[in-house]
Design a protein around this ligand. Structure first.
Ligand code: FAD
Ligand code: NAI
Length: 475
């Protein structure tokens, strides 16, 4: 065998698995097909190249732009005319991506992971392992005892609408528009729709978001979703729920994309936009892997089937990240990657899906971990609820960002924290405390008794914990 382990895909699931396995003394090769514009390797997967990292870079830049243009006067700062240099903003985003690509290549070297730039496919089952064929820049045939499939996901298209990434966009095109579209349409008010819709609205586009479901952000706590809808609508995002898309007429070489749809009341509507992003979920990516050569299949939705430990039905082949069941999140992929590597080294790791945090990086940010109030109600669980608004938090007032609240849900009898929901400033950072607390099976009382620095946004977490016992101090 050439290696103990071959990892196919260097997204957050794959590259982290490869590094952890190498740390534990395994001989590891990791193969990834993603290329930079100049043809060089671009490890990091969707997350680094067209997902988490570039979207957060654009969210940050566009938020600065909006703050400077509209949010400085209340701080007593007068700003002259504010000009957008989109080319420079995009170049910065690309530089951030490149730094992450290079960082992963450096980490591979540091940890003695053999990296191959190319497309991997199963060639055959061989005695004691598997043969993998690599085509592309680093053409090779490799054998290993174990293989981890970490090939990620790709955007789901609307039937009949192909992504040309100029006017009919997936996340890839929406992160690279060279001009702010005057009118932007978004199909799907999920995480990508809201994040990218926020970016282009801040930069000047009139954004219409068309969502099929009658409820907004169904996965979030209902109270949070309601507050989010209010804030996004106030900002100017036109979010229409319960719509049914009837027709999307792709743009001719120039001219608008034309849509026809039925609104929630059943009335026929027409919309013309200069760019249309389709963000209606993502599909597992297994194209060209030749799973059949090793007797592996996928389920009816295309996912590689795994057990709780990420084992496939073929002993020796594992799968992690977006290509398997569970939330399509980078940190979930990473946790699974680490767990498989440790299992291969004889350890007994465990991933708790109930404590995987969710974050939506809009403004206000939205973050949660654990169960929603509606889920607890549906399960008939007796719980206590405590909320604390940022309006009553000194640091939020000083920041000038008092939107939203922290909400904590704990068991009525034991006080164990069951879920925490944050909408407001730095929700993405605040949720880490709740995730730690839930991992340690903490009670709301535990958080309430911990000394939190003053003045910080984190005091809102402590106050929400106190509020579960009706004893918030500042509200
Ligand atoms: P991927 O990151 O998709 O990586 C798979 C890799 O495998 C790719 O590089 C691909 O080229 C390679 N590959 C596939 N097939 C082969 C083959 N046969 N041979 C060689 N290489 C192959 N998640 C978060 O947690 N936080 C966020 O803020 C966030 N923001 C997002 C924003 C956007 C716009 C999008 C689209 C996604 C976002 N996500 C976010 C989701 C996150 O990107 C994914 O959950 C994560 O990338 C999944 O990691 P993965 O390793 O499973 O797959
Ligand atoms: P999503 O599942 O979050 O949202 C898709 C939305 O499209 C849903 O609300 C769905 O009801 C709607 N929809 C589906 N079909 C439709 C149709 N025909 N017409 C109108 N609406 C329709 O998926 P999205 O936004 O594409 O993102 C994919 C995944 O990427 C997310 O689920 C998430 O796991 C990951 N992601 C995570 C981010 C984060 O952690 N901050 C950021 C961006 C993406």
């Amino acid at each position: 065998m050439d290696h103990d382990l071959i990892v196919i895909g260097a997204g957050p699931g794959g590259y982290i698995a490869a590094i952890r396995a190498a740390q534990l003394g395994l001989s590891v090769a990791c193969i990834d097909a993603w290329s930079r514009d100049d043809g060089g390797p671009a490890p990091g997967g969707t997350c680094t190249n067209v997902g988490c990292i570039p979207s957060k870079a654009m969210l940050q830049s566009s938020e600065h732009y909006e703050h400077v243009a509209h949010g400085m006067a209340e701080h007593g700062i007068e700003v002259g005319s504010v000009k957008l240099d989109l080319a420079r903003m995009l170049a910065r985003k690309q530089q951030v991506v490149r730094q992450n690509n290079d960082g992963i290549l450096y980490l591979f070297k540091k940890n003695k992971v053999r990296f191959l730039h190319g497309h991997a496919a199963f060639a055959a089952k061989v005695d004691g392992g598997f043969e993998i064929e690599v085509s592309g820049a680093d053409k090779a045939t490799l054998r290993a005892r174990h293989v981890i499939i970490a090939t990620g996901s790709r955007p789901r298209a609307l039937p009949g609408v192909e992504f040309d990434e100029k006017r009919e966009l997936s996340n890839t095109g929406a992160l690279a528009l060279q001009k702010v579209p005057a009118r932007m349409g978004i199909i799907g008010a999920g995480v990508i729709g809201l994040e990218m819709g926020s970016v282009w609205r801040r930069l000047g586009a009139q954004v219409t978001v068309l969502e099929a479901l009658p409820d907004f952000l169904g996965a979030a706590d209902t109270q949070v979703a309601k507050e989010a809808m209010k804030q996004f609508s106030r900002q100017g995002l036109d979010i229409q729920l319960g719509v049914k898309i009837a027709e999307v007429k792709p743009a001719a070489r120039s001219g608008p994309v034309k849509l026809r749809y039925t609104d929630a009341k059943g009335a026929e509507q027409a919309l013309e936009v200069d760019a249309l992003m389709v963000s209606i979920g993502r599909l597992p990516h297994t194209e060209g892997l030749q799973l059949d050569k090793v007797g592996l299949g996928t389920d009816e939705r295309g996912f590689v089937v795994v057990d709780a430990d990420c084992r496939t039905e073929v002993p020796g082949i594992w799968a992690v990240g977006d290509v398997v069941r569970g939330p399509m999140l980078a940190h979930k992929a990473e946790e699974e990657g680490v767990a498989v590597a440790e299992r291969l080294a004889g350890q007994k790791p465990h991933v708790d899906f109930n404590t995987v945090p969710w974050v939506i990086y809009t403004s206000p940010e939205i973050a949660w971990v654990g169960q929603t109030e509606q889920a607890l109600k549906a399960a008939g669980r007796a719980y206590k609820s405590g909320s604390f608004p940022f309006m009553a938090n000194g640091r939020a007032r000083a920041l000038g960002d008092t939107t939203g609240f922290v909400k904590m849900l704990s068991d009525a009898a034991t006080d164990q924290i069951l879920g925490v929901h944050v909408i407001g400033p730095m929700a993405s950072e605040l949720i880490a405390e709740a995730a730690v607390a839930m991992e340690f099976k903490a009670s709301a009382e535990d958080i309430a008794r911990i000394c939190h620095a003053h003045p910080t946004l984190s005091e809102a977490m402590k106050e929400a914990a106190l509020a579960t016992d009706s004893r918030a101090l500042n509200f």
